[in-house]
Design a protein around this ligand. Sequence first.
Ligand SMILES: *[C@@H]1O[C@H](CO)[C@@H](O)[C@H](O)[C@H]1NC(C)=O
Ligand SMILES: *[C@@H]1O[C@H](CO)[C@@H](O)[C@H](O)[C@H]1NC(C)=O
Ligand SMILES: *[C@@H]1O[C@H](CO)[C@@H](O)[C@H](O)[C@H]1NC(C)=O
Length: 479
Amino acid sequence: MLLSKKQPSAPAAATQWVDKVKYQKHKEPYSSKLFVNYPQFRYTAFLFLLLSLWLLLQVFWFPPTKTMRLVTQTTSKSGKCSGGLSVYVYDLPAEFNLGLLRDCSHLNVYTNMCPHVANNGLGQPLPLDNMMELGSGSNPWFATHQFIAEMIFHARVENHPCRTWDPATADLFYVPFYGGLHVSSKFREQNHTIRDALAVRLVDYLQNQPTWRKNNGKDHFIALGRTSWDFMRTDGLADFGANRLLNFPCVKNMSVLTVERNPWKGSNQHGIPYPSYFHPSTSDQMVTWQRMVRRSNRPYLFSFIGAPRKGVGKAAIRDQMIKQCMESTQCKLLKCDNGNPKCYNPSEILKVMRESRFCLQAPGDSFTRRSTFDAILSGCIPVFFSRHTAYTQYAWFLPEKASEYSVYMEEQGDESKRIEEVLMKIGKEDVERMRSTVIDMIPRLTYTHPNASSSDIGFEDAVDVALQALARHVRNIIP
Ligand SMILES: *[C@@H]1O[C@H](CO)[C@@H](O)[C@H](O)[C@H]1NC(C)=O
Ligand SMILES: *[C@@H]1O[C@H](CO)[C@@H](O)[C@H](O)[C@H]1NC(C)=O
Ligand SMILES: *[C@@H]1O[C@H](CO)[C@@H](O)[C@H](O)[C@H]1NC(C)=O
């Protein structure tokens, strides 16, 4: 099942999604010329009253409070390590991380990874074309590959204010192994000994470190950009090219950050967001983007981006969704069969999502989808059909109450058979409240640009949140 996961190729440029934003940005709330054209005082007074009311509405409706909260954090944080933690980064032999990149054209059996591993894993910059006049800082938009979180995480931690070079003072020990990139290069390797070899060497390496023995690795962690299923081969079952990395006793003592944890056997696994395309380096860029998304026109009630699947089971549900979307006048469908280039174009994807109020997160090859994070980035309320697409995955990052930011429909239940009707029933205020929560979630689910100076960022991103949660977790498990 994992083998069929689509690998997006380097996308082309696109710009349309910005035009509206630009328009809104320059749209002035009122014009003083109005007064000149109305000599009569009563009219003027009446107009003035109307305008004042309107301005008041603006203040309450497009709450600048959210923005302010972010900005306040900026000034108080000022690039210092918060959360009272310190993380030590192992200087692993190159074969475990950067050395793998030398052969980037063979890192993935489906696609050439060289464009994707560029820029510390952010991938190729997306052309700006006015689309992102996002305040100060460098271009924050990249065609980031969905399975590359481990590289971005590494680059971020290396440049993190909580990093320490002294293992004696560290609370956390980060093992920067590019396990996801490595495993995908061995998907077609029949010989299990060869497939597991690098993981075996990593385990040997770790157990020989004095820093490991102190707490038997309980304060160690790795971050993986692929799903845990790719590292949990059980011999005898169909293995989809997986290795055994996460089954080694040594790795079971560590914390494993992964874009998809195994909900049943993953007690030491913690979900981290898939990377999306936005990697800002200043809080100004983040706040500006949030403001744009908040004001976006959303003519579609819901949208579905995805491919039909061959076979039964999951396939049937997807086909159902595509059918329902095609039958609805309020649904935008981006059908990803026959290599539809729009599906590999980040701007095209984000445009559809920014024009939709709800975004269906259909089950795919595995439970989770990168698309969930693209939707949130676009301010589109996710609709889930499995608890394991987000709720059991990203506890560190998501609000506790799922109904505050998402809609849930049982995959086999009745509601998923009449999606439009169910979504129509949700009141306007509820939709607005949920969307506001979704937009507030963006910073925590974003991987900021690894080279950003921490004093410019001023909000907590996915890596900050993960490190703080991990430090709390480790304090609890080490006596
Ligand atoms: C970050 O800075 C380093 C050193 O200046 C540079 O080599 C690297 O390419 C930069 N990364 C990105 C993503 O721009
Ligand atoms: C798998 O590879 C190992 C190491 O190269 C070798 O010793 C072993 O004989 C191979 N096994 C099979 C079944 O080919
Ligand atoms: C894992 O931790 C336990 C203690 O909780 C320890 O007894 C065991 O040796 C550790 N395993 C490895 C492989 O380090």
